[in-house]
Ligand binder design. Structure first.
Ligand code: S3P
Length: 185
């Protein structure tokens, strides 16, 4: 076990809107810390045995949110690691309370153009599978950013900076935040 993983005493929970890079950054961050990585969307798909669009179609968004909260609760009871969450997960007060209790939340903040550049034309996100998806994304920003803003740590990610830069920023802020992680990793 590396010295960094011994120091990771809480799961790092990455939150933020679709396209902000939670999974890509999360994998690299876990690698840098020498800890495991989990993607909650992948776990929901595995638990349900169907894709996210299929879950939305069959059970609606409330059904998806219910399963999402249960899966996140189970994953948070496991040993500390890096966790990428789906964009809506942190909007649940229950999820937020549980993350606050046993984890450290990290918001990857991005502007609309950055997000749109990464999600445009990509299937698999039912909330954007409608007319004017860019406006939907803008509306989600307005509704969600005040809530994401309650995260323990906030880092900015832009189309022109690499995931490595974002990882470095998170590690630096973690050092400042807990006084432990990132100092000698
Ligand atoms: C959602 C984001 C998606 C996925 C689902 C709903 C949301 O995950 O959980 O389509 O509500 O923002 P990503 O943020 O990983 O795309």
């Amino acid at each position: 076990m590396s010295s960094a993983s011994r120091k990771l005493d809480k799961t790092l929970v990455l939150v933020g809107l679709m396209g902000c890079g939670k999974s890509s950054v999360g994998r690299r961050l876990a690698n840098a810390l020498g800890v495991g990585f989990v993607d909650t969307d992948d776990e929901i798909v595995a638990a349900a045995g169907m894709s996210i669009p299929e879950i939305f179609e069959r059970f609606g968004e409330p059904g998806f949110r219910d399963g999402e909260a249960k899966v996140i609760s189970r994953l948070l009871s496991e040993p500390p690691r890096v966790m990428a969450t789906g964009g809506g997960a942190f909007m649940s007060p229950l999820v937020r309370a549980e993350v606050a209790r046993v984890g450290t939340s990290v918001w990857l903040r991005a502007d609309l153009e950055t997000l749109w550049g990464r999600v445009a034309g990509k299937p698999g996100r039912p909330l954007l599978d409608q007319d004017n998806p860019k406006q939907v994304l803008a509306d989600l920003m307005a509704a969600r950013y005040p809530v994401y803003g309650t995260a323990d740590i906030i880092v900015d990610t832009r189309a022109d900076n690499s995931h490595e830069v974002v990882v470095k920023d998170i590690l630096q802020k973690l050092g400042a935040y807990s006084g432990k992680i990132g100092e000698d990793s």
